[in-house]
Design a protein around this ligand. Structure first.
Ligand code: IMP
Length: 442
């Protein structure tokens, strides 16, 4: 039985949660391997909407392990709120397992994320300001605090002290700049309180440790046991290929590796444990935050996507930038991930558009034809997409449940995409609920 990775192929928000929820049906474990509560996934079950940031999408399956792997960065306050939210909805978290090696997002990481973004001004990355970058930076710098540290007061105190010492200057700067930063902040945006006290932090985090202790597990061994027993394990990616720290549109990326290969590091399995890779692609493209986006639209077509697709960030509520499907980028992302299948979500959103454009190459500002996703950031920034226009479909497809129910133009769109990238489309989403999917063979 396979280890199966489900990953985003664009700039996130492709609807990975829904696909994971569906493919989890016959899995024994669902494992998150990177990112943190910068992610947001919405799952609609029996008309009820569930929003998660940290907890893997598999949590609604009470018979499966739901794992937060070592590669994830955890804000324990957010995690406990999610566990509490589930309890209130009558859903047990007994199957939740948290890696002792996962790193924690501390209050100073959130402060520094905000301060760094404000300092960058016009050049800001547009992070979710959840402390993701600073937490991963501390991990690499070897002054991070791990989940296991919560269980030992002496170690926790020592480690927080060392981490704070390292940040004293940056935090002092923040105090001095506070009034100025507050002026520069977005309307309604409150700067978090920069006054951090060691004793308070230790007490607060020991409390989290106490509440999280029942969930802390050797999650790597858990994955091995499930795989070795022949059970299906799903590795659920957050964010997406073009936000990958190494392969995405750096520096406008997240601070982890959302590509399938990172599941090995972020969960502790070998490459040969992953035998299927599902790339999730939205039928058009969206992006939150700054950075290049060659097929971005500023016209009625973009407005159609934003409105019909309800394109607002699950985590920050920010409007998402919208544009045509970019096949140059998709081909790059499917290769990076070694995708074996594609799941295309939100095809229904395109209904009613006269023609559907898909980018098949870029043109550089010097006029060169670029068939491949350019490795040079400046080239991508000034690249203009060249499109193929495909016929639109006027009819709603939200009730389609088989390939034959789709209008010919919708089927042509699917074939064009799969032919272009050379990966079959196996699943198509035609609405938000878990019933609104079609298994296809395109
Ligand atoms: P960070 O991950 O908060 O550091 O943000 C870095 C970039 O990744 C920003 O452009 C964010 O908007 C983007 N980003 C992070 N998480 C997500 C996500 O789940 N969906 C879409 N964009 C994301």
């Amino acid at each position: 039985m396979p280890g199966l990775a489900i990953v985003g192929t664009q700039w996130g928000d492709e609807g990975k949660g829904k696909i994971t929820d569906l493919l989890a049906e016959d899995a024994s474990a669902i494992v998150r391997f990177q990112g943190g509560n910068n992610a947001g996934h919405t799952i609609v079950r029996d008309g009820e909407e569930f929003k998660f940031h940290l907890i893997p999408s598999g949590i609604l399956h009470e018979d499966k392990y739901c794992v937060i792997g070592n590669g994830v960065v955890i804000d324990p306050k957010v995690l406990l709120e999610e566990i509490e939210g589930l309890r209130k909805a009558g859903i047990s978290s007994a199957n939740l397992k948290i890696s002792a090696n996962a790193h924690l997002i501390m209050p100073y990481h959130i402060l520094l994320d905000t301060a760094d973004e404000l300092k960058l001004g016009k050049l800001s990355i547009g992070t979710t300001r959840r402390g993701i970058g600073p937490a991963y930076a501390d991990k690499a710098f070897r002054i991070g605090i791990r989940v296991q540290d919560l269980l030992d007061e002496k170690i926790l105190r020592k480690k927080i002290m060392a981490a704070l010492e390292n940040k004293r200057q940056q935090l002092q700067e923040l105090t001095v700049r506070r009034r100025k930063l507050q002026k520069e902040a977005q309307p309604g945006e409150e700067l978090p309180d920069e006054r951090l006290d060691l004793h308070g932090l230790v007490e607060e985090f020991l409390g989290y440790g106490h509440r999280l202790e029942p969930f802390i597990t050797d999650t790597t061994r858990l994955c091995w046991n499930e795989l070795d027993a022949g059970n299906k394990v799903i590795f659920e990616g957050a964010q997406a290929a073009l936000l990958d720290l190494d392969h995405g549109t750096y520096p406008f990326v997240t601070s982890s590796n959302p590509i399938a290969g990172a599941a090995c590091v972020g969960a502790g399995v070998g490459p040969t444990d992953i035998t299927e890779v599902w790339g999730v692609v939205k039928a058009y493209t969206t992006r939150v935050g700054s950075g290049p986006f060659p097929t971005e639209l500023f016209d009625d077509n973009g407005a159609h996507m934003a409105e019909r697709g309800v394109e607002f960030g699950t985590t920050t509520g920010r409007p998402r930038r919208c544009g045509w499907l970019d096949l140059v980028a998709l081909k790059y992302a499917t290769r990076l991930n070694g995708a074996t299948s594609l799941a295309m979500t939100k095809l229904d959103v395109l209904a009613g558009l006269d023609t559907l454009s898909v980018a098949v190459r870029y043109r550089s500002k010097e006029g060169a034809v670029l068939d491949e996703f350019p490795y040079h950031q400046s080239v991508l920034h000034s690249a203009t997409p060249e499109y193929v226009e495909l016929p639109g479909f006027g009819d709603e497809i939200v009730d389609a449940r088989s390939e034959d129910d789709l209008p010919p133009a919708a089927r042509e769109y699917l074939s064009f995409v799969s032919d272009f990238v050379g990966v079959p489309i196996t699943l198509v989403g035609v609405g938000p609920s878990r019933e609104q999917v079609i298994w296809v063979n395109v």
